[in-house]
Write a protein that binds this ligand. Structure first.
Ligand code: AMP
Length: 305
């Protein structure tokens, strides 16, 4: 089943203790789509400027990502730069230039309107909402956000996620969103905002899935080398929703299997872990579905008792 993704397609400047890149392909939409493309047909809705390189478009196309909804307009592509702490658990944003995203009015290709799965990657909540409104029939809709929007567009964000089936968010942002330091209480408050499924990501410590009637906890995959965590959260989102789209998951059916959501969290973690192994999107040049499934099985062995 097909998945539609909106979010940023960007150029990033990244500095980690292992090195630096001055300008590398990034953006929430890019990471999500690359990750999800291993599981299900994936199409993107985003905008880039005149500076967007043919080789970057080619990478997305080589994974079969649908680019009909990728607009190219005069101006510069979204730019983000960040620097990581020595243990890479903290990141400071140095610069965010929305550039062509500032005036973006997403218009979905007609064929996308009837697709069932929609992932609203991190971008202005108003844009997330505009895209959602163009897919009223989608059966599984959710997305991601970040502290920038929680701090500056809080009301708009809350109104946006009210209509989502699932929300992906990291632990610090979950606390910030509902102004509650205890994570269990914060999760409960977020579920009351609308989404029936909440996934709280905890970086190298793993992820948690909350629903009204169930809780699933997964440790992080212990990588030997982490070069660059940029995009790991988005790759998680891509693995999570791509896997569910592959399975034809429909939470509106009364007999849906919650274990599919748990497996999706594992695939999300697997994809986030691969993303960290190289800078930017570089790991996607070589990554295969076989490696993904092997790591999924490793997770099963590590956590079974
Ligand atoms: P992650 O590490 O999963 O949070 O994702 C990092 C990616 O998000 C980078 O490639 C950035 O280009 C992109 N990004 C950073 N800030 C924003 C923002 N405010 N809106 C949209 N995308 C962003």
């Amino acid at each position: 089943m097909s998945l539609v993704v909106i979010g940023s397609v960007a150029y990033d400047a990244i500095e980690t203790p292992y090195g630096k890149r001055e300008r590398t392909l990034g953006g929430s939409c890019t990471y999500i789509a690359l990750s999800a493309s291993y599981f299900s047909p994936t199409s993107i809705v985003a905008v880039v400027g005149e500076d967007f390189a043919a080789e970057d478009r080619a990478l997305l196309a080589s994974k079969g990502v649908g680019l009909e909804g990728l607009e190219q307009v005069p101006g510069k592509t979204f730019f983000w730069s960040g620097v990581y702490s020595a243990d890479m658990n903290d990141r400071t944003t140095l610069q965010t230039d929305l550039n062509v995203f500032a005036d973006f009015q997403p218009k979905l290709p007609v064929a996308y309107a009837s697709l069932p799965y929609l992932l609203l990657g991190n971008i202005q909540p108003a844009l997330q909402r505009q895209v959602h409104q163009q897919m009223p029939g989608a059966s599984f809709v959710g997305g991601d956000t970040m502290n920038l929007w929680i701090n500056h567009n809080r009301e708009e964000l809350i109104e946006t996620i009210r209509h989502w089936d699932f929300l992906l968010i990291n632990d610090g942002e979950a606390r910030l969103l509902v102004r509650e330091n205890n994570l269990r209480k914060a999760a409960q408050k977020i579920l009351e905002l609308g989404p029936k499924t909440l996934i709280i990501k905890r970086g190298e410590y793993g992820a948690m899935l909350f629903r009204e009637d169930s809780l699933f906890l997964l440790p992080g995959y212990l990588l030997e080398d982490v070069f660059d965590p940029t995009g790991a959260g988005d790759c998680f989102a891509g693995g999570f929703s791509g896997y569910l789209a592959e399975q034809g998951f429909d939470p509106r059916k009364s007999d849906f299997n919650v274990k599919e959501l748990h497996r999706a969290v594992i695939y999300g973690s697997v994809m986030g872990s691969f993303c960290c192994e190289e800078f930017g999107v570089e790991r996607f040049h070589t990554l295969s579905r076989k490696e993904i499934d092997q790591r999924f099985e490793e997770f099963r062995r590590f956590t079974a008792f």
